[in-house]
Design a protein around this ligand. Structure first.
Ligand code: 5GP
Ligand code: ZN
Length: 137
């Protein structure tokens, strides 16, 4: 399969690995948004959150916690942004699920929470929540 992250997992493409477990690897992002930006990736190919089996997801999230803690301690990070994108509309570029760990410092100039915050209409919010709840499985 022509998947850059599968190639990294198979060792065909080099990467600076931080963690290599049975089900999960973590490696440094080649275009770091901050010092220590890394990606935690399940070894079995799954494009997104909708496709990944629960067991692979659980292992990935566990590894995210370990890596986030290690990055925070190693780099004296003041915060960690954890980001995961699904689909082109959400700006996902690599179609192999991955979770970004982005160490943060006060006034580091990064802004990942600058979407517009405006007072919502409670009736509309409740109606949307009701629709979502109907689809919970
Ligand atoms: P996303 O799909 O979540 O938008 O972002 C994909 C991320 O993967 C980007 O941050 C990009 O820099 C990173 N990336 C893409 N190709 C490679 C690669 O070959 N090696 C590494 N280490 N990171 C990559
Ligand atoms: Zn893949």
């Amino acid at each position: 399969m022509d998947c850059i992250f599968c190639k990294i997992i198979d060792g065909e493409v080099p990467a600076v690995k931080v963690l290599d477990e049975e089900l999960v690897i973590a490696f440094m992002d080649i275009n770091p948004s901050s010092k220590g930006h890394m990606l935690v990736v399940p070894k079995n190919h799954a494009e997104n959150i909708f496709e990944i089996p629960e067991s692979d997801l659980a292992a990935t999230v566990k590894a995210v916690k370990r890596c986030a803690k290690a990055a925070k301690e190693a780099l004296n990070a003041e915060g960690i942004t954890i980001l995961q994108l699904n689909g082109k509309a959400s700006d996902q570029i690599v179609p192999h699920l991955h979770i970004h760990i982005i160490p943060r410092w006060k006034n580091d100039g990064l802004s990942m929470s600058n979407w517009e915050m405006k007072q919502g209409d409670m009736e509309k919010i409740k109606n949307i929540a009701r629709k979502v709840k109907e689809h919970l499985s």
